[in-house]
Design a protein around this ligand. Structure first.
Ligand SMILES: [Fe+2]
Ligand SMILES: [Fe+2]
Length: 249
């Protein structure tokens, strides 16, 4: 396996590892995002067993010991499994997550105390980079789920939202909603819930210019339209479960 690095927005790097054995024959990518600044932040730690690969990849951009912040979407192995390995190599690094994630998981799991972020709270990384944590409980899954939004580049690091199969380009301006529907049909990874549409439409109000997908390409273009289209799709799915007779009519 190799990890490819691409700059998907000014000062934001995508580290992408393709695993052909997951969902063959298309395979599946695991992406981490590095936001440069005086206090560099990495979003997702990657799987614990992929740590040596990811550490060596990060080193091509900056010394891993310079990491200051480690964020992630929700408590799962690909999102934060290598947390403690990163904390061991980066003595200044602090995990950062929402209240639920810290109280339920990080307070026990992380080897170093986490910074607890309120919904909407910003970490100023310096050099113009500011990341805002936004609670998205159960969307797409995980009680503790949240996303990070980098304000200066209007980049939404949207974690598992828009998950897709395959190993496409690092950055696309093409359709990301259709491939996300294919992956949802296959994996059924989302916790369908009545507030999903509202949660997603609130993200669309940010009018993101770049959507940084954890599993798939990054998207450059009308992020609000893509997120609203995804909200419509999940509304349809939730209605089909909640009101099966009217969906069939
Ligand atoms: Fe996940
Ligand atoms: Fe994930």
């Amino acid at each position: 396996m190799e990890t490819k690095i691409s700059e998907i927005a000014d000062g934001i790097y995508r580290l992408s590892t393709y695993v052909p054995d997951i969902a063959p024959p298309t395979g599946f990518t695991f992406n981490q995002f590095l936001v440069l600044g005086d206090e560099p932040l990495m979003f997702h730690t990657g799987l614990r067993k992929m740590f040596p690969l990811n550490r060596d990849a990060l080193r091509r951009i900056l010394p891993p010991e310079r990491l200051r912040w480690i964020g992630f979407g929700h408590f799962e192995a690909d999102e934060c499994g290598a947390m403690n390995e990163w904390l061991a190599v980066a003595p200044q690094a602090t995990p950062a997550h929402g209240q639920t994630g810290c109280l339920v998981s990080l307070n026990d799991f992380a080897d170093r105390a986490a910074r607890v972020l309120n919904d909407g709270e910003v970490i100023d990384l310096g050099r113009g980079k500011r990341v805002r944590f936004i609670d998205t409980p159960h969307t797409p899954h995980g009680w503790d789920a949240g996303v990070l939004y980098e304000e200066s580049t209007r980049t939404l690091m949207c974690g598992d939202l828009f998950t897709q199969l395959g190993n496409g380009r690092a950055l696309t301006d093409g359709d990301i909603v259709g491939p996300a529907i294919v992956a949802e049909d296959l994996f059924k990874y989302s916790s369908l819930n009545p507030t999903m549409g509202t949660t997603l439409r609130d993200l669309a109000k940010l009018a993101p210019r770049t959507l940084a997908l954890m599993h798939g390409p990054s998207f450059a273009g009308d992020g609000a339209a893509a997120v609203n289209a995804l909200a419509d799709e999940y509304d349809r799915r939730v209605s089909a479960v909640a009101f099966p007779r009217s969906a069939a009519a």
